[in-house]
Design a protein around this ligand. Structure first.
Ligand code: FES
Ligand code: FES
Length: 159
């Protein structure tokens, strides 16, 4: 039976009907218009659909929409503040060449945010581990790791 799911999405409360077997990604990309959340494999293997739920990176393609009730969710649309400026992490990926086609990028960036919120000064091993669930078929990982280091440094400077 359809139920109303209530949660905080990018800082604003939302209420949206969800079917019991609906996936969170379909809710986000459909009625909630968060199309920055990408679907790659649809099976929890590529990380393109990563969003942050209550501080943890989660694959929205595996997450049942009804379980979002009562949570706080951040998608890539929630990172730039007023939507006119790139966040520091987004800028890092641009500056360091961590983007080519961009399909994996929202997921990479949200995994990076979850990591840096938890570990502001991660080692390279921790960065690799933090992004282990995110696959990129274009860029190669060197530039992506550099992007995370660049972002970590700038964010530490700001705090
Ligand atoms: S689309 Fe969700 S992990 Fe690949
Ligand atoms: S930039 Fe194309 S998949 Fe990562």
């Amino acid at each position: 039976m359809t139920q109303i799911v209530s949660f905080v999405l990018n800082g604003a409360p939302v209420q949206v009907p969800a079917d019991p077997h609906q996936r969170l990604i379909d809710l986000l990309r459909g009625p909630l218009h968060q199309t920055g959340t990408k679907e790659g494999c649809g099976q929890g293997e590529c990380g393109a659909c990563t969003v942050i739920i209550d501080g943890r990176p989660v694959n929205a393609c595996l997450y049942p929409a009804p379980e979002a009730d009562g949570t706080t969710i951040t998608t890539i649309e929630g990172l730039g503040g007023d939507n006119t400026e790139l966040s520091t992490i987004q800028r890092a990926f641009v500056e360091c060449g961590g983007i080519q086609c961009g399909y994996c990028t929202p997921g990479m960036i949200l995994s990076t945010k979850a990591l840096l919120d938890r570990r502001p000064d991660p080692t390279e091993a921790e960065i690799r581990q933090g992004l282990a669930g995110n696959l990129c078929r274009c860029t190669g990982y060197v530039q992506i790791i550099e992007s995370v280091k660049w972002a970590a440094e700038r964010l530490r400077d700001k705090s």
